[in-house]
Design a protein around this ligand. Structure first.
Ligand code: CTP
Ligand code: MG
Length: 257
């Protein structure tokens, strides 16, 4: 699959993208059970992938976006890119096929970034309404600190530790616990090196996010405030939540809450 590259007025050829975003959209969406990968599920006639590509390519950076799509949906992903990308964009976009597991899809995406990229964000296409402000918060903090950065929200429910039979053994102190989201940001070298040597045979099982991959490799991971609207589509119940944020977006309301 060939990259789509836009000619950007006002930029000169030596200005190469220093920001990379890997938008992972190659999962099967088994828990949703919609009969299509989640990134291609539509909300009011628009595939989730449209929203993700839209917000990334609206960021005022010289960037390269890699959309990681199922092989079977690569042509559809390219069609969406062509529809969404403004004619004069500061973003180059390419589409690559994903892997069986999320970490493989991320690795394939990283491999497709141009050498000039120094800061990388990895984002789930299944979180279509993460705001531009959240992307900027993560980018700024990575560039300020050189550490890995994840959006985090406090945990609000009371947490219990249960056994396989569902019997409660204790209440877990939630004060030091947070729920993390994407986009997650990294110095490109840190993430690429951690993925290249990923300790996948780990007692915790496969890593479910990129922060865990770099943490297993010894890097420091810090948090910035997350947002409710970066909610992930996982099961059918999440569709109503995303509808809410879509409505808020369409009305131009501030959907933070
Ligand atoms: N993902 C991916 N490649 C994979 C697995 C997941 O690109 N092999 C992406 C998904 O498309 C999604 C994000 O990673 O945007 C988060 O994963 P998850 O919510 O688990 O999505 P799915 O794997 O598609 O869903 P499920 O686990 O229910 O099958
Ligand atoms: Mg999954």
């Amino acid at each position: 699959m060939s990259p789509l590259t836009n000619d950007v007025p006002g930029t000169t050829p030596h200005e190469l993208p220093s920001l990379g975003v890997v938008l992972v959209a190659a999962g099967r969406g088994e828990r949703l059970g919609a009969g299509a990968p989640k990134a291609f599920v539509e909300l009011r006639g628009r595939a989730l992938l449209e929203f993700g590509i839209g917000v990334v390519t609206s960021l005022p950076h010289l960037g390269h976006l890699v959309v990681v799509a199922p092989e079977s949906h690569a042509a559809q992903a390219l069609d969406i890119v062509e529809q969404v990308l403004p004619a004069a964009s500061s973003w180059e976009v390419s589409v690559v096929p994903g892997g069986r597991e999320r970490h493989e899809s991320v690795r394939f995406g990283l491999n497709a970034l141009p050498d000039s990229v120094e800061t990388v964000l990895v984002h789930d296409a299944a979180r279509p309404f993460a705001s531009a402000a959240l992307f900027e918060r993560v980018i700024t903090e990575v560039r300020r600190t050189g550490d890995a950065v994840v959006p985090a929200l406090p945990v609000v429910d009371t947490l219990k530790r249960v056994d396989p039979e569902g019997i409660v053994h204790e209440t877990v102190d939630r004060a030091p616990l947070v729920a993390v989201q994407t986009p997650q940001g990294f110095v490109r070298e840190t993430l690429a090196a951690a993925h290249a040597t990923a300790q996948l045979q780990h007692e915790g099982g496969l890593p479910t996010d990129d922060a865990e991959v770099v943490q297993r490799a010894g890097a420091k991971v810090r948090t910035v405030p997350g947002e409710q609207r970066a909610h992930k589509l996982t099961t059918p119940a999440d569709l109503a939540i995303l509808e809410h944020f879509l409505t808020a977006n369409l009305l131009g309301l501030e959907a933070e809450a």
